[in-house]
Design a protein around this ligand. Structure first.
Ligand SMILES: Nc1ncnc2c1ncn2[C@@H]1O[C@H](COP(=O)(O)OP(=O)(O)O)[C@@H](O)[C@H]1O
Ligand SMILES: [Mg+2]
Length: 285
């Protein structure tokens, strides 16, 4: 009992990364024997330390190729770290889990299943004890949540990009995760669909108790959505170079916040950072 009280502050941490590192090893091929560098390993990220509070909205931004997807895949448990630890709710993770819903840029829906079957499949994997009709009802509820009830019997190839991403969001939420991990989810969409889905994501985040980690290359998107923005340096051996708290009230109106001096100040800081780090990449290559 006493212990719990003294831990109460610690309890608000949802995710903690401790000295996290990832090195990719490449098999040495015959061809490589003649290469000048003979490089068979590549350190993508190095010594990443980070704490994310429960139910916060955090964005990760950094130059292309710096290791953002690698970091997200590690948190999702889809890849394993070379060094360091990923702690969720106080315990080190060992792989993927139903506590984390993952959403990718390319939607990753199963093309041979209909919209509703894609969601039912996910629910069945996490809640195998549920009856068929319970699973179906749950799937319909989540489709309704993203406004796609009518498309339930369509196949992914019959849907627009925005609709596919809404199915992916519904699927990720249908397993009732307390963390949503999103890798540039709106990157492939047109501007209008993108802002529509940003609003939808915000309202989902407000209604459900969920911590969001969003990878984005859009400064405006990060500023509109996040409580905190994490900046990554250019790779190889990318690190977290800055953490910026986005001290703007909510709800945020797109047009209004763009006039806010606080918004403009953070925006300039982010632009400077990205420009500097992108130059760093160009100098290396
Ligand atoms: N499976 C892999 N094997 C070897 N190198 C990889 C692998 N995955 C990613 N990388 C390298 O790690 C770096 C970071 O990649 P990634 O995390 O995809 O970057 P980002 O998402 O920031 O664009 C890149 O240089 C990429 O080529
Ligand atoms: Mg990526």
């Amino acid at each position: 009992m006493m212990k719990k009280v003294s831990n109460s502050k610690k309890d608000s941490t949802h995710l903690e990364l401790v000295k996290l590192g990832k090195i990719f090893f490449k098999e040495k091929k015959f061809f490589d024997l003649y290469s000048k560098h003979k490089k068979i390993s590549f350190e993508a990220i190095k010594d990443i330390n980070l704490k994310i509070e429960k139910n916060t909205f955090v964005s990760i931004i950094g130059p292309s190729g710096c290791g953002k997807s690698t970091l997200l895949n590690l948190i999702a448990g889809l890849q394993s770290p070379t060094s360091g630890k990923i702690i969720i709710d106080g315990s080190a993770i060992k792989g993927p889990g139903p506590d984390r819903g993952v959403i990718f840029q390319n939607y990753a829906l199963m093309p041979w299943l209909t919209t509703i079957q894609n969601i039912e499949f996910a629910i069945n994997t996490v809640f195998p004890e549920k009856t068929k009709s319970d699973i179906k009802e749950r799937a319909i509820n989540y489709l309704r949540m993203v406004g796609l009830e009518k498309a339930s019997n369509k196949f992914p190839k019959e849907l627009s990009g925005g609709m596919k991403q809404r199915v992916a969001i519904a699927r990720a939420l249908s397993i009732n995760p307390n963390m949503l991990l999103m890798d540039e989810p709106f990157g492939a969409l047109d501007a209008l669909t993108r802002s529509y889905l940003q609003e939808e994501l915000l309202s989902i985040w407000r209604k459900n108790k969920v911590t969001v980690v969003l990878i984005t290359h859009s400064i405006e998107e990060a500023l509109l959505l996040s409580d905190k923005i994490i900046l990554m340096s250019s790779g190889p051996s990318a690190i977290i170079s800055e953490e910026i708290s986005v001290d703007l009230g909510r709800p945020r109106d797109r047009q209004t916040i763009e006039q806010d001096p606080k918004y403009l100040k953070i925006k300039m800081r982010l632009e400077k950072h990205l420009l500097r780090e992108t130059r760093a990449v160009e100098d290396v290559t």
